[in-house]
Design a protein around this ligand. Structure first.
Ligand SMILES: *[C@@H]1O[C@H](CO)[C@@H](O)[C@H](O)[C@H]1NC(C)=O
Ligand SMILES: *[C@@H]1O[C@H](CO)[C@@H](O)[C@H](O)[C@H]1NC(C)=O
Ligand SMILES: *[C@@H]1O[C@H](CO)[C@@H](O)[C@H](O)[C@H]1NC(C)=O
Ligand SMILES: *[C@@H]1O[C@H](CO)[C@@H](O)[C@H](O)[C@H]1NC(C)=O
Length: 530
């Protein structure tokens, strides 16, 4: 730099402006990767972060400084993108929330980002119900005004892009890291910022009280295959061809009509983020896979594990290989009580057919049940309920114990543990987990038994039928159903609960926990009960 400056030293006036010119000209040749910007949040200690970017001169020394700390140096190398020289450093773990500046310097020039905070970074992904933005929710105006109270939450939105190959940097950014304001969390519908992601971050912040970074990477109408790597598809034995999208009318699901196929969003919208240390992820997706529960119950746990191990690898082991992963179980859609397939089966598959999480196949996974939050009059279609506050609140309630080991009371709705049949009175008593909260029974409907002419372990429409059975009695931990006159001289070969696309009126399904008002998740049991 000194010798360059010398070039101008004979021309008096230029001498004075040269350092300024030089800074401007040279700063283009060293830069940060797309998602390192002013106002960002990096993952706090004990984890550390990778910072990387581009430069021109392979082999030259790059020095990266977090304000007030000793610089970290590295050399410019070729790769991982063909024809592009990059640099990469790992910062020391940082527990001070900041704000900090990060500057990078080499013979190629210098660059810096400012107002960088350290806290927890969460990735939010899925289809339209995660893409659904804050200006679209109920009480949107109030939410946007309130956003100014959370300057330590920062938001970033990945642009909607597809790719046939794994990308190492984002092809484009829809919203660079931003401080919350009407303009940044309340921009245009379907643009930014994701309502579930924002509200999740806001409620989490109310407990944690330190910076939260939220990255939204979503696309309406997209199937899980699009968000999955080749490894997931190989593991689940599929060809990865998603051929069922037509089962649900496109206009109800897709805000943007583009055919997105297998791997393409993994390639363009997740893979580039793998070098960012994240604390965890939340997910709201599955509508586009309704009708494919068997496929989903393999894909979903496999995709979670694959994301976990790849973020771990991409961040030099800094991201937890078992990072917490939360999801929203599908909400209701149409106001039609006769629909018993599609969403109900997919909701069950979202738990790998266990009914609740975490479970052995889905460790460190948490869920918000949303079956009782219909919004048939939503101007965005009933498939996009506007009440995202309850969804986010339930997510946080389950995130605190799973992701943070902080107890906030009950985080799962009641789940059945035993059944007692009384053939004298034709009643079936369901006992719920006694270590759980006492029950809050709000309606008598929602249970069905499968009556069969034959003693078998299936509910086969040829000789069997689902019949609604009312709750006739309930106490702290049990509900009793009466099947009188429903199954004369027949076997009971199945029991199910809330097995409807839209099972009940708003917050009025049958069974809740008294503590924290959590709905019992949908349930199905096939096998001889009595
Ligand atoms: C905030 O944004 C909403 C929706 O975009 C708009 O209606 C409102 O006027 C804005 N308010 C302010 C204070 O800018
Ligand atoms: C980011 O992570 C990916 C995936 O692990 C890795 O291939 C790539 O080299 C990393 N990028 C940089 C700049 O180190
Ligand atoms: C979770 O918290 C409990 C009680 O505070 C503590 O005993 C336990 O060691 C913690 N577990 C982990 C994994 O941090
Ligand atoms: C139903 O069949 C099983 C064997 O398949 C048998 O053990 C059981 O006793 C039968 N139950 C009734 C009520 O007939």
């Amino acid at each position: 730099m000194a010798s360059r400056r010398g070039l101008f030293s004979t021309a008096g006036i230029l001498f004075f402006i040269a350092p300024f010119l030089w800074t401007r000209e040279s700063s283009g040749s060293i830069s940060f990767a797309s998602y390192y910007n002013d106002h960002m949040v990096l993952q706090k200690a004990p984890k550390s972060n990778i910072i990387w970017g581009y430069a021109t001169t392979v082999g030259s020394t790059v020095s990266v400084t977090l304000s007030g700390k000793p610089p970290v140096t590295t050399r410019v190398v070729e790769g991982p993108m063909a024809g592009k020289a990059t640099w990469k450093v790992q910062l020391s773990p940082e527990s001070d929330p900041g704000p900090f500046e990060i500057s990078v310097e080499s013979n190629d020039g210098n660059a810096k980002i400012v107002d960088v905070l350290f806290g927890d970074v969460w990735l939010c992904s899925g289809q339209s119900n995660m893409q659904f933005t804050l200006p679209q929710v109920l009480n949107a105006g109030q939410e946007m005004v309130d956003s100014y109270n959370y300057p330590d939450i920062r938001v970033f939105t990945v642009d909607l892009k597809t790719s046939d190959q794994e990308e190492y940097d984002l092809l484009s950014v829809l919203e660079h890291w931003s401080v919350p304001s009407n303009a940044t969390v309340g921009y245009e519908p379907w643009q930014y910022f994701s309502a579930v992601c924002w509200l999740y971050g806001k409620y989490l912040y109310q407990h944690l009280k330190y910076p939260i970074g939220l990255i939204s990477s979503t696309w309406g109408g997209t199937p899980i295959e699009a968000w999955s790597s080749k490894d997931v598809i190989a593991k689940c034995g599929g060809d990865g061809i998603h051929d069922e999208v037509g089962k649900i009318p496109d206009h109800d699901l897709r805000e943007i009509n583009v055919d997105v196929s297998t791997n393409q969003l993994w390639n363009a919208m997740i893979h580039p983020l793998l070098n960012l240390t994240i604390y965890g992820a939340i997910w709201y997706q599955g509508e586009a896979n309704a009708g494919e529960p068997d496929k989903y119950k393999c894909y979903f746990p496999a995709m979670i594990d694959d994301w976990r191990s790849k973020f771990h690898d991409g961040t030099m082991s800094q991201t937890d290989p078992q990072f917490p992963f939360g999801f929203v179980q599908l909400a209701p859609w149409r106001n039609d009580p006769t629909i018993t397939t599609g969403f109900p089966d997919l909701r069950w598959a979202q738990t790998a057919d266990v009914g609740y999480v975490p479970n052995a196949q889905m460790p460190n996974v948490f869920m918000a049940v949303a079956i009782d939050l219909p919004d048939f009059d939503s101007p965005y279609g009933g498939i996009h309920p506007r009440d995202k506050q309850d969804v986010a609140e339930r997510l946080v309630l389950s995130s605190l114990p799973i992701a943070y080991n902080v107890s906030a009371g009950k985080y799962q709705g009641p789940f059945p543990t035993a059944f007692y049949i009384d053939t004298g009175y034709d009643t079936l008593e369901i006992e719920y987990d006694k270590s759980s909260s006492v029950l809050d029974v709000r309606s008598m409907d929602g249970f069905e038994v499968c009556c069969s002419k034959n003693n078998q372990s299936q509910c086969n429409p040829v000789d069997s039928k689902w019949n609604s059975v009312p709750i006739v009695k309930h106490d702290e931990y049990t509900v009793t159903l009466s099947y009188k006159n429903q199954c004369p001289n027949m076997y009971i070969v199945g029991l199910r609960y809330a097995w409807r696309e839209s099972p009940c009126d708003f917050k009025n399904c049958a069974v809740y926990s008294m503590e924290n008002s959590l709905p019992a998740p949908p349930y199905i049991l096939i096998g001889l009960i009595g």
